[in-house]
Design a protein around this ligand. Structure first.
Ligand SMILES: [Zn+2]
Ligand SMILES: [Zn+2]
Length: 50
């Protein structure tokens, strides 16, 4: 089974791979799909919301 990015066509072997990819390349939360301008904002969101 593979996991694909909801923002582009890339696919990954693990859910962790997708999470890392969307955070790095799209600044988008893999859990709720919110997007952020800053990587720090995303990190804060994941830390406080999930
Ligand atoms: Zn992507
Ligand atoms: Zn989220």
């Amino acid at each position: 089974m593979s996991y694909s990015c909801s923002n582009c066509d890339e696919s990954f072997q693990s859910a962790a791979g997708v999470t890392q990819h969307v955070a790095l390349h799209h600044n988008t939360c893999a859990v709720c799909d919110d997007s952020f301008d800053q990587t720090d904002d995303l990190r804060e969101h994941v830390h406080t919301t999930h």
